[in-house]
Design a protein around this ligand. Structure first.
Ligand SMILES: Nc1ncnc2c1ncn2[C@@H]1O[C@H](COP(=O)(O)OP(=O)(O)O)[C@@H](O)[C@H]1O
Ligand SMILES: [Mg+2]
Length: 218
């Protein structure tokens, strides 16, 4: 499988950047206390979903079991990146119950994906539910890392709630002055709930400046 892609297009020249992020996660996890990692950004289109899918893909090289869950219940798009149907998924599991494994897609050795499922009328309620907490607890037994995609933090409160469920948070920042300015506010709101921000990823860095991704370690 080509590991790094953007809407189906191969991005092999970016692999190195994603691998660095994966390696930094492993360093941050020296005490094995990081399992659930949330990715977020302030605004839409900063590259959260692209980054988390590609990160999940390269993390399989660590010989770890990865589960990627789409917790963006407003504009989910993980399923599009993997060409998966979005029937079932997380909201399907929460409504129909049963075995969560029936709502998971295997993508590659070591990589499973749970799509968002049908967009619910009450996303905040679902994100705040005990059922989500329980699901994360249950899947934790079977995976080394659980990656959580989220909606934009400056627009909805879901990521703040999700941050309280995650062991670590990575903030994606689109390369523009506004996005950098707003990112500071996002960091503040994450810190207010004691989120463990382990890094930021500067995304969409102009290609002419050589590196498209830049990972900063706190
Ligand atoms: N590093 C990048 N270089 C070029 N295009 C990118 C990059 N990261 C994301 N994109 C594109 O930007 C758009 C938004 O990305 P997406 O990952 O869906 O953002 P978000 O999940 O934050 O809303 C998509 O069309 C995606 O293909
Ligand atoms: Mg997204």
């Amino acid at each position: 499988m080509e590991k790094v892609f953007l809407r189906g297009e191969s991005l092999s020249f970016h692999s190195e950047a994603y691998r660095k992020v994966a390696a930094n996660i492993e360093y941050a996890n020296i005490d094995n206390d990081i399992k659930t990692i949330m990715l977020t950004s302030s605004l839409a289109n900063e590259g959260k979903t692209t980054t988390i899918c590609n990160l999940a893909n390269v993390m399989t090289d660590l010989d770890k079991k990865i589960l990627l869950i789409d917790l963006d219940l407003r504009k989910p798009s993980v399923h599009k990146n993997y060409n998966l149907s979005n029937n079932g998924g997380l909201t399907g599991y929460l409504i129909n119950k049963g075995d969560y494994k029936d709502y998971i897609n295997n993508i590659d050795i070591g990589l499973d994906v749970m799509t968002s499922g049908r967009i619910p009328a009450n996303p905040s309620e679902i994100i705040n539910s005990k059922a989500i907490k329980n699901l994360i607890k249950e899947v934790s037994v079977n995976y080394d890392y659980i990656l959580l995609d989220t909606p934009p933090i400056a627009l909805v409160s879901d990521p703040i709630t999700i941050a309280t469920l995650a062991d670590a948070v990575i903030l994606v920042i689109g390369y523009s002055e506004t996005e950098k300015e707003i990112a500071k506010k996002s960091v503040d709101s994450l810190k207010r709930v004691n989120a463990n921000i382990i890094g930021t990823i500067l995304n969409k860095y102009p290609m002419t400046k050589k590196n498209k991704y830049y990972y900063k370690y706190y």
